[in-house]
Every structure is written in structure tokens, then in C-alpha cells.
Design a protein around this ligand. Structure first.
Ligand code: SF4
Length: 386
């Protein structure tokens, strides 16, 4: 058995331990029965971008791909509408219109800045955490289970210099402060975890692809999506079939022959900007990546240790959108039985978007990798290559 730690659970632990205690899968694992958000635009747009950046179609004419991308967004919106009963949800249509305008504008803008070829999209990774004090040993929870970190990369891509990047697509209301992006522990931990999951692939850094949701007035001035319909060589990006760069043959190519051939002078942070878009490239140094893994393991040890302290950390930013605001308030006022009653009547066991068979981008570790992920402990049979 393993004790799973996800980026969301870790973020909750850092933000507010009461929120973490109620929602984390290794704790009470609760979620509200009613959706808090009227529509998850971020999820819907990322579903569409998973089609746009699908490696197997990267070389295809955009005349074929763009309708599939738009259909993916429509399907995602319809799926959410069916789940939520959209007719009863105020603001659903307005947010859906914003999502469609945002995607159209992105399809026009992205080809003007593309310097990547996608390798994998929506790909899961899992690594056993090492003991932060004895990195050669595994890290165990108080109940003896291995602690395993599981995350999902929106996209892994290779640039024109054969350097690999982890890409995050996010719909935002305003730009994230650059400091926050540079100090994004989840992103740095993703680099560390991916390198342990996919042996032999070094990650140059993270790309934060922010898409700002337009207002109704801005939607009226949305650019047309026509620029995205050109073929690949005209629309930018690294073709898949070239010797340098390319998604389909990357694992073998990278492992045996390729070395990143980057310019001597590299900038730490580079921005690509558009009216509603900001793509920030952040290089991650080797010490930074190693330190991210150490910090992750240190926090995991506390989370899964005996007698971890649980307490609320109220703040404007954390509480405003907290799914546990009502029971938390009852706990604050000393109404413990009432808080429990609310948790029982209005919350259920959380359903997690884990590995789903057939999910676009979902792969097992053995596809094109050539090596099993490192595992600590277990039997000799577990550790033997299959
Ligand atoms: S409402 Fe605030 S203090 Fe309470 S659990 Fe949520 S984030 Fe923590």
C-alpha cells in the first residue's frame, strides 16, 4: 500500500491545515455535494488545448485540427452543463461565451510565438519520495506506507534547442506576479518528480501559459482565429518530423543521441505576450530542482507523520473560495457537533480525477520509456524490470 500525496493536497496543507485536513485524500477526503464554481473555464479550455497540442496531430494542417479543438471545448462545456444543470446556474452562458472567445483568440495568437513541439499532454507521473535526511532510503508514513507523489503535467514539450520544458496552461483573472511564478514550488517539484519518473530526461524549466478571461466588452473585440489555420512551417512551432525536435520519436532520440544545444547566454525569465495572454518561460537550475524535491519530501514527512498539528489559517485569499467555509465557521464558534452535522449532510467522499483509461494524453510509464520508475522498498520482484 502507498500513501498518495498530490500537488493539490500539498497546496492545501501550506494554505490552511484545516482545509487540508477536511479535503486531502489521506485525511477526511471530503468535497461539497454542490459545485462551488458556476463553470470551470480553466478545465474546459485545458481540455481543448489538450487536442490543440496533441503530439500525434502537431504536424497536421490546422484546417483539420482547429475544428477538433473547438469541438473539444464545446464537448467540455456540454459535459459540465450536464453535470451542473446549467439552466439553473447563473452566469453559465456568459462564462461559456468567454471561454469560447478566449480559445478563439488563443488560436490566433499562439502561432505567432510558438517555439515548441509537444511531446506529451495531460500526462500523469508518480514517484516514491525519498527520506529528506537519507535520500537513498524511501519515505514512509506513520502507518508504514510508502509516500508517493502523484501529479499531472498539462504538457511536456521540447524547444528548438532540444531542451525539455514542463508547460502549465492556466485561465486567470489577472496576471500572476512574476515572483510567485519563479517561487512556484509546485512547478519546481514537477521538474524534480518528472526527472525521477522519466529517467534520462532533464527538464530545462517551466512555462506558465496564462490566459486572461475577457470581459463581455472585451469579447466584442476578439481577434479572429484565422491566423491559426496555416500549416506548421508558416504558423510557428517545431515540426515533429525534423531531426532536431519532434514529439513522436523523442524518447529514443533523446536517450541515445540528442543533447540540448542551447545558446551560451540564457535568460532566466522570458515573456511572450499577447492581448489576453502571457507565456512566461522560467529556467530552473539544478540546485533549484534538487531543493524542490528535498522540500517536498520534508513537507510530506510532516503531513504523514504522527501527531501532525491541524489548525485553521484564515485569510482573505484562502477563505474567500474555501469549500469548507460553513463547517469551519461552526468550528470557530465552538459548535463542533453542528460542524460535524454539516460535513455529514452536505459533503461526500471526494471523487478524484486519477488515471482514467482512454483519457486523452493518459499513458502508462512503459510507453516509449525504456525504464521503470525508481521505487523504494517492496519486494525484489517489484523492483525487477518487466
Ligand atoms: S474557511 Fe479559511 S480558515 Fe476555514 S478551512 Fe477554509 S481556508 Fe481554512
Amino acid at each position: 500500500m502507498v500513501a498518495l500525496l498530490t500537488p493539490a493536497d500539498r497546496a492545501a496543507f501550506i494554505r490552511c491545515r484545516r482545509q487540508w485536513d477536511l479535503g486531502a485524500r489521506a485525511r477526511r477526503n471530503l468535497e461539497p455535494m454542490l459545485a462551488v464554481e458556476p463553470l470551470d473555464v480553466d478545465r474546459a479550455v485545458r481540455d481543448a488545448l489538450a487536442v490543440y497540442y496533441f503530439p500525434g496531430m502537431w504536424d497536421w494542417s490546422r484546417v483539420i485540427v482547429l475544428p477538433l479543438v473547438k469541438k473539444a471545448l464545446d464537448d467540455a462545456l456540454a459535459r459540465q452543463a450536464a453535470q451542473m444543470g446549467a439552466g439553473d446556474t447563473p452566469g453559465f452562458d456568459d462564462r461559456a461565451a468567454s471561454a469560447q472567445a478566449l480559445l478563439d483568440a488563443y488560436l490566433a495568437w499562439a502561432p505567432t510565438v510558438e517555439r515548441l513541439s509537444p511531446v506529451l499532454i495531460e500526462v500523469d507521473y508518480e514517484v516514491d519520495l525519498p527520506d529528506p535526511d537519507r535520500p537513498e532510503d524511501g519515505l514512509f508514513a506513520a502507518n508504514g506506507e510508502h509516500i508517493r507523489y502523484r501529479g499531472r503535467a498539462d504538457e511536456v514539450a521540447v524547444d528548438e534547442h532540444d531542451a525539455y520544458w514542463i508547460v502549465r496552461h492556466r485561465v486567470v483573472r489577472e496576471w500572476t506576479a512574476l515572483d510567485a511564478l519563479v517561487r512556484d514550488e509546485e512547478a519546481a517539484a514537477a521538474c524534480w518528480a518528472w526527472e525521477r519518473f522519466y529517467i534520462g530526461m532533464e527538464i530545462a524549466g517551466t512555462i506558465h501559459n496564462e490566459m486572461r478571461l475577457p470581459s463581455a466588452a472585451e469579447r466584442e473585440r476578439a481577434p479572429a482565429a484565422g491566423a491559426g489555420s496555416a500549416d506548421l512551417l508558416q504558423r510557428g512551432g517545431v515540426p515533429q518530423h525534423e531531426a532536431s525536435g519532434g514529439g513522436r520519436s523523442i524518447p529514443q532520440h533523446r536517450r541515445l543521441y540528442a543533447r540540448a544545444s542551447e545558446p551560451a547566454l540564457l535568460e532566466r525569465v522570458v515573456h511572450d505576450r499577447g492581448p489576453w495572454f502571457r507565456r512566461t518561460w522560467i529556467r530552473r537550475t539544478r540546485p533549484e530542482v534538487h531543493q524542490a524535491g528535498h522540500l517536498l519530501a520534508t513537507e510530506a514527512r510532516e503531513m504523514f507523520g504522527d501527531n501532525v498539528a491541524v489548525y485553521p489559517s484564515p485569510s482573505e485569499s484562502s477563505c474567500r473560495r474555501c469549500a469548507f467555509a460553513a463547517p469551519c465557521l461552526a468550528l470557530y464558534e465552538g459548535r463542533h457537533r453542528e460542524a460535524e452535522a454539516v460535513l455529514t449532510s452536505s459533503y461526500r467522499a471526494a471523487r478524484h480525477a486519477d488515471v482514467v483509461e482512454g483519457r486523452l494524453g493518459g499513458v502508462s510509464w512503459s510507453v516509449g520509456r525504456g525504464a521503470a520508475p525508481p521505487r523504494f522498498g517492496g519486494t525484489e520482484q517489484d523492483r525487477a524490470p518487466s
